[in-house]
Write a protein that binds this ligand. Structure first.
Ligand SMILES: *Cc1c(COP(=O)(O)O)cnc(C)c1O
Length: 219
């Protein structure tokens, strides 16, 4: 299957999930995750009309995206992986959205860069719904206090939450928990669902699905 055909298949599955959920497809943004793929693999996906892409490393994105973005107006880039505080300057300059906010030091660095660069990236707080020690994110029970601090201490405008469910568990409860935390904090955006489970995520309210291998193939 070509990447254009794979992209089409994903789009159709998103539309079907929206229909099943009684949701308007315009509420769901497909973030095509292009990590590990070179520009020549990304070009056909852009040519097929995809305009929102996700990368998980600042350095890798910096290497390939400025040229792609210059060549294709209207392309948006989302950072979906962990962000080190010392990379915030580059991240704020390059990305239109950051999905991985999870600690005070990062909030402080981000607030400073957003003000200095006069940029307005869409910001998500990552929730470690499975409380996995190796995974980034704020623990569910700490989420409300962290979100309050984002607003009051750092003056960061957080628009939504992101989660990555544990690989060996059914994702539904993790999506539902993330949606519940978002709802009670008045947050509208939900970044959840990957290649294997984006349809479930849409049923539970995802507004951003991050789909890599179903479009680009295995990594
Ligand atoms: C790689 C990655 C994805 C995409 O995963 P696929 O299973 O390839 O769709 C989504 N979200 C994050 C945070 C990732 O690192």
């Amino acid at each position: 299957m070509t990447v254009a055909a794979a992209l089409d298949t994903v789009r159709i599955a998103i539309a079907r999930a929206c229909k099943d959920a009684g949701r308007d497809p315009s509420e769901v943004t497909l973030v095509a995750v292009s990590k590990t793929f070179e520009a020549d693999a990304i070009e056909p996906v852009v040519a097929a009309g995809q305009r929102v892409f996700g990368e998980n490393r600042v350095q890798e994105a910096k290497g390939k995206w400025p040229a792609l973005m210059a060549a294709h107006a209207g392309t948006q880039l989302h950072l979906i992986g962990p962000l080190q505080s010392n990379k915030t300057k580059e991240a704020v300059a390059l990305f239109d959205a950051i999905h991985s906010i999870d600690r005070d030091s990062l909030c402080e660095a981000l607030a400073k860069e957003i003000a200095a660069q006069k940029r307005d990236p869409v910001l998500f707080v990552q929730i470690n719904t499975g409380a996995e020690p190796q995974k980034a994110g704020v623990l569910p029970e700490a989420a409300d206090a962290f979100l309050k601090k984002c607003a009051e201490t750092y003056r960061l405008k957080i628009s939504g939450l992101m989660c990555i469910p544990p690989a060996d568990e059914a994702p539904g409860p993790h999506f539902a928990l993330t949606a519940k935390i978002a709802r009670r904090n008045g947050l509208k955006l939900l970044s959840m669902g990957m290649s294997a489970d984006f349809a479930d995520a849409i049923l539970l309210g995802a507004t951003h699905v991050r789909v890599g291998s179903a479009i680009f193939g295995g990594r």
